[in-house]
Design a protein around this ligand. Sequence first.
Ligand code: PEP
Ligand code: MG
Length: 587
Amino acid sequence: MPQPAKTELTVQGIAASQGIAYGQIFVYIQTDVEVPSYQVEADKRIEEVSRFDRALVVTRQQISKIKNEVEKNIGPEEALIFDAHLMVLEDQALIGETIREFEATGCNIETCFNKVSARYIKAFAEIDDEYLRERAGDIRDVAQRVLQNLLGQAENSLSRLADKRIVVASDISPSDSASVDRSAALALVTDTGSKTSHAVIVARSMKMPAVVGVRDLTKRARNGDWAIVDGYDGVVILNPSESTLFRYGKIQERKKSFEARLLEANRQAAVTLDGVAVALMANIEKVDEVSQVKAYCAEGVGLYRTEYLFLNAARIPTEQEQFLAYKEVAESLAPLPVIIRTLDLGGDKPMAGNPDLFPKENNPFMGFRAIRFCLEHQGIFKDQLRAILRASAHGTVRVMYPMISGSEELLRANIVLGECMVELKSRGVAFDEKLQVGAMIEIPSAAMTADILAKDCAFFSIGTNDLIQYLLAIDRVNDRIAHLYEPTHPAVVRTLKYIVDEAHKRGVPVSVCGEMAGDPVFAPLLLGLGVDGLSMSPTWVPSVKYIVRAMTMADARALAAEALTLESPKEIYARCDAFYRARVKVE
Ligand code: PEP
Ligand code: MG
């Protein structure tokens, strides 16, 4: 490998997704295109209009190419959005008005196009019709692309990396992370963020090393710099020396042989040494992850984050589009269960193509999110529920609501679900009439009323990512306080115990689907507390299964009992770590 003779620099961040990567850096900068403004001389005006035409042609070619790639690699539904983008480019009103503006003002064509498209975006955003309102997002996307072409700027997209690269960014939004070119990104490094930000969840699901909270790395690193990303220790080494490369090469070899051992053992059942079977399920975001669910032998899907179908779409997917996606997952995994979570949009996951549905909020994580959004937009909610119900005729489907804060919300959601069932029945549409309905327990008020919620739920799934955030008042994507985000805080351990005990008293099974479930160091604690199942990124099933098969449930219960008596997060963590290390040897 070529090595530039630059000085080695080690920068510490937070280890977010395990693994080691070595390669060149791609610095991802998200900015709106800056448009210079100037007058075009009279004799250059014809050429200026031709320049505009050429930019439109190039943009059309780019979008068609992406559309074909997405259709081929992801699927026809995901490619639909690009049809909408192509339509914007055909819009004679937008193009004609730009030319008229140019003729009237003599300003460069970028300025005119920017002005006219901004007017269109504003006008569409204010229309009272939901479908038309959504066009604002399409126009914005296409306008940025046209401007980039007019200004001769290279595309700066995570979805089409030129080569294998370590992606370095200030931050990566959920919609960015959903579009990361999974075949070309070697590792993910961000200036900000924390272990449970969605970009990290995506990185973990791809077994892609990730380090977050590496302050100012985007300022220190240059495109093309070589670097090592150490997702175990949370370190990024810029321009590593030969000896550092040698050391990391050795570490990587050891980790690889351990991985091979994990995969070998993964064919066996998830049963503890004293014979207790544990359900290890998978979290997925996209239909194509079903292949991973199978490859890593997960026993179904414990969390299907359906909002990812919406995040990068320019418009809300229709009931039929959703149905096809849910059906495909249910059918290909049947008879294994698939727990479909209703929309968890909002918070750090607003819908990019639909800014009006998600106005800016001061406290997005405490704001208009998930079930709160669905109960207010019942049209959108019902489309989704009908799609899920229809899919339930094609496999073992369960539904669960995110961000339930108390029984009233649960009952309201169930009423809407009931209405959808009546509707489908009257139309003679098949669905599973015994569909199990569960709630995510991820808000402290839900945890404290677990006894009440259990009366109306077939199961609970604990979302530790949010539960910890709300219990400890630690914004899960704020890097300044990320070190305070402690899954082993006594408050967390006690709350988990309370939820499990109250649920079990009423015969309600409990699983955990937050990132804690996929961490082999924490899995024994969760199981010892009485949790019945764990759901995680499919790629983490082998690691968790390995510790499950190496421990007894009796020991896990003793670990949990001891943890409940301890007073500090560090002590509890140390016990979990020692438990793990005593049973699993990496070397
Ligand atoms: C959680 O909060 O733990 C969870 C699984 O949901 P999400 O990460 O999608 O908020
Ligand atoms: Mg959550």
